[in-house]
Ligand binder design. Structure first.
Ligand SMILES: Cc1ncc(COP(=O)(O)O)c(C=O)c1O
Length: 386
């Protein structure tokens, strides 16, 4: 049987991983500044993570939500503490798109409305509602097209106000990434997030903060939206939550009421997933990884600022993006195949850095040296041409 060919892949087979490094089958070591789409939060194969999952696997790996699973409450308590939202409620599921799907659906159940405000360049996933709020028509099948979603420009307060003024009583929710990830590391401004919070409250809409890529400590705050000092009604979480184990969830404000059957999933919140997610939070807390993300991120940002060829440097903590000029268009490929460093990209010319929150300064230096070498080579080539 052939694999359904939907992914453009690099011809690299990873057989081993540790911390911020991975190895291929020839034993070549790579620095991982991408974490497989921002998923590796505490570092590959962290011993505490491996031990917690192994231990749980030997007890009970799965039972459905038809029985009490105390690990879910343990996870909820830890999440409440680390996110600073002990009064919120937790619903567990399995992937980012599923978290978004549940958030949008719950908002609509809550206020009985249908329309959703989303933003240009947003990415929220590929299932039906999630893809309908994703600003990429190529990802939407005809069955996903809907008039219920209004796309507005990010950070345009006047457009947001006008939209609410015109149809505020029909808006069910506003969904926004604190920093757009797939769209190319574009932060929502603090003033814009505050405006969303204010207008949502005023018009009875649900403010949904998509923290799937920018959240879970990556910016130095638990949710990047926290940088604006706002409280969303629902937060979505996935990627970093399980450090590679598929687990996701939504945090739900206390005034949104549950009823039996409203949301559900077979696999969500299973024993193994909860053990993985608890282990991640324990390591984040013990190793102060949010602080590390802020510190190493600021260090990396400071050094990258000194490289004038890299354009439009942006982001926060360990979520960093910059544009590459035409002369350096092979940079990402050279980083991977010459310097053995994984980075992410956004078309047409953005490099995205989304390493583990445990990245050390010396790992960052390895990357900075590689970029420096590429610049020197470019300067040398220009000199020879002249
Ligand atoms: C901000 C954001 N939301 C949602 C998703 C969808 O997550 P998943 O791929 O786990 O469905 C992603 C994935 O990249 C994302 O970056």
């Amino acid at each position: 049987m052939k694999l359904f060919d939907v992914y453009p892949v690099n011809e690299i087979t990873i057989v081993k991983a540790k911390g911020s490094y991975v190895w291929d089958q020839e034993g070549q070591q790579y620095l991982d500044l991408y974490g497989g789409h921002a998923v590796i939060s505490i570092g590959h194969t962290h011993p505490h993570f491996v031990a917690r999952i192994t231990d749980q696997l030997n007890k009970v790996a799965f039972y459905s939500n038809s029985v009490r699973i105390p690990l879910q409450q343990e996870l909820a308590d830890k999440l409440g503490k680390l996110s600073g939202r002990p009064d919120y409620q937790l619903f567990l599921c399995n992937s980012g798109a599923e978290a978004v799907e549940n958030a949008l659906k719950l908002a609509s159940f809550h206020n009985g409305r249908k329309k959703i405000i989303a933003f240009k360049r947003a990415f929220h996933g590929r299932t039906s509602l999630a893809v309908s709020v994703t600003d990429n028509p190529a990802l939407q099948a005809p069955v996903n097209k809907t008039d219920n979603v209004l796309f507005l420009p990010l950070n345009d307060e006047a457009a947001l106000e006008a939209c609410f003024r015109a149809q505020g009583d029909e808006i069910s929710s506003v969904i926004v990434e604190g920093i757009q990830g797939v769209g190319g590391i574009h932060p929502a401004s603090e003033a814009f997030l505050q405006k969303i919070a204010g207008l949502s409250k005023q018009y009875g809409a649900v403010f949904i903060a998509d923290g799937i890529q920018c959240g879970y400590g990556r910016t130095g705050k638990f949710f990047s939206h926290d940088l604006a000092g706002v409280n969303a009604d629902i937060y979505t979480m996935a990627k970093g939550m399980g450090n590679g184990f598929p687990v996701a969830g939504i945090l739900i404000a206390p005034d949104i009421q549950a009823r039996h059957g409203m949301l559900g999933t077979t696999f969500g919140g299973n024993h193994l997933a909860c053990a993985a997610a608890v282990a991640v939070l324990e390591v984040m807390e013990q190793e102060r990884l949010m602080e590390n993300a802020a510190e190493v991120g600021a260090y990396l940002m400071g050094k990258l600022k000194e490289m004038p060829l890299l354009q439009n440097l942006r982001g926060k903590g360990l979520m960093i993006g910059f544009d590459v000029p035409d002369e350096l268009k092979e940079l990402r490929k050279n980083l991977l195949f010459k310097h053995h460093i994984f980075t992410g990209e956004s078309k047409p010319n953005t490099i995205r850095l989304l390493p583990s929150l445990a990245l050390r300064k010396k790992d960052a230096d390895e990357f900075l040296e590689a970029i420096g070498e590429e610049m020197e080579e470019l300067a040398g080539a220009v000199k020879v041409e002249n």
